[in-house]
Design a protein around this ligand. Structure first.
Ligand code: MG
Ligand code: MG
Length: 279
């Protein structure tokens, strides 16, 4: 059944608790991340948070996937599968997570750098590069979210993301063939949300549109490979990678980031965008 691109106000309101539960799961992962913990343990922490909150880990509803999070480490960009390898100081870990609550979904990702003394060669250069790529990806996400607040057409978001990436210093690879998406009763819905400029304008942005904005960047080329596991997407040149994502809605009175406790206020402040809670 094809559902409308545009949700009712009551439907959008249902998405707020699902977003907050998704944020809580990522907060719990963030609080737990340290040297020696594995991504499988982080997965269990996220699952417990979601189930304790009355939700279902919606990644487990994706055919063929049995975990709560995707955990993509260092040169892995997205879709990494949690495993038992202990994390080391300086590891760059992108955690993508979603909760379904009362039939509605949230989806969000953050990149963390494992604290502690880095023992790998060229430690300070590694850390600087990890921060550069993660900060650029996060900035690109907020630029896209800020554009969504006033966009007439959805593909303005991708243009804003591309412009934001171009403003950053140093090489960055913006993944092709991987995009954001609509979200609602299903985690992945129409429409496609591009992370780059495209010729088509895309759907009209108006009240009722609920989407995930999720740039994925490497520190070099946009070319990627997929591991033999069929999931893990890595930078082909081995550069460190990052993934940041939020679920964002446009409603009658403005916009709101459902997967941020403050609705995105802190991240949007430098763009002069003030998120408005749903009445
Ligand atoms: Mg996601
Ligand atoms: Mg997503």
């Amino acid at each position: 059944m094809r559902t409308s691109l545009y949700k009712s106000h009551d439907e959008l309101k249902m998405m707020v608790p699902a977003g907050l539960l998704t944020a809580a799961a990522l907060d719990a992962v963030e609080a737990a991340i340290r040297p020696g913990i594995s991504t499988l343990e982080l997965d269990a922490i996220a699952e417990k948070t979601i189930r304790d909150g009355g939700g279902v880990p919606n990644f487990q509803l994706v055919p063929g996937y049995s975990h709560t999070v995707c955990a993509s480490v260092n040169d892995a960009v997205v879709h990494g599968i949690p495993n038992s390898t202990p994390l080391e100081p300086g590891d760059v870990v992108s955690i993508d997570c979603g909760a379904k609550l009362n039939g509605w979904n949230g989806d969000s990702a953050r990149t963390f750098i494992v604290p502690g003394e880095i023992t790998r060669p060229n430690a300070s250069e590694w850390l600087a590069e990890a921060n550069r790529v993660s900060d650029a990806t996060r900035a690109a996400m907020w630029a896209g979210i800020a554009a969504f607040a006033s966009a007439r057409h959805l593909n303005d978001v991708g243009t804003a993301i591309e412009v934001a990436i171009d403003e950053q210093a140093g090489p960055l690879g913006n993944l092709e063939n991987y995009t954001g998406h609509g979200i609602g009763r299903d985690m992945h819905e129409e429409p496609t949300v591009f992370n780059y400029r495209v010729r088509r304008r895309g759907p009209v942005v108006r009240a009722g549109l609920a989407i995930c904005i999720e740039p994925m960047l490497t520190g070099g080329s946009p070319d990627v490979t997929v591991d033999d596991d069929g999931w893990t997407v890595r930078s082909a040149d081995g550069t460190v990678a990052s993934h940041w994502e939020h679920t964002v809605i446009r409603h009658a009175d403005g916009m709101w980031v459902t997967t941020a406790e403050d609705g995105g206020a802190a991240g949007l402040a430098s763009y002069g965008v003030v998120p408005v809670p749903l009445a």
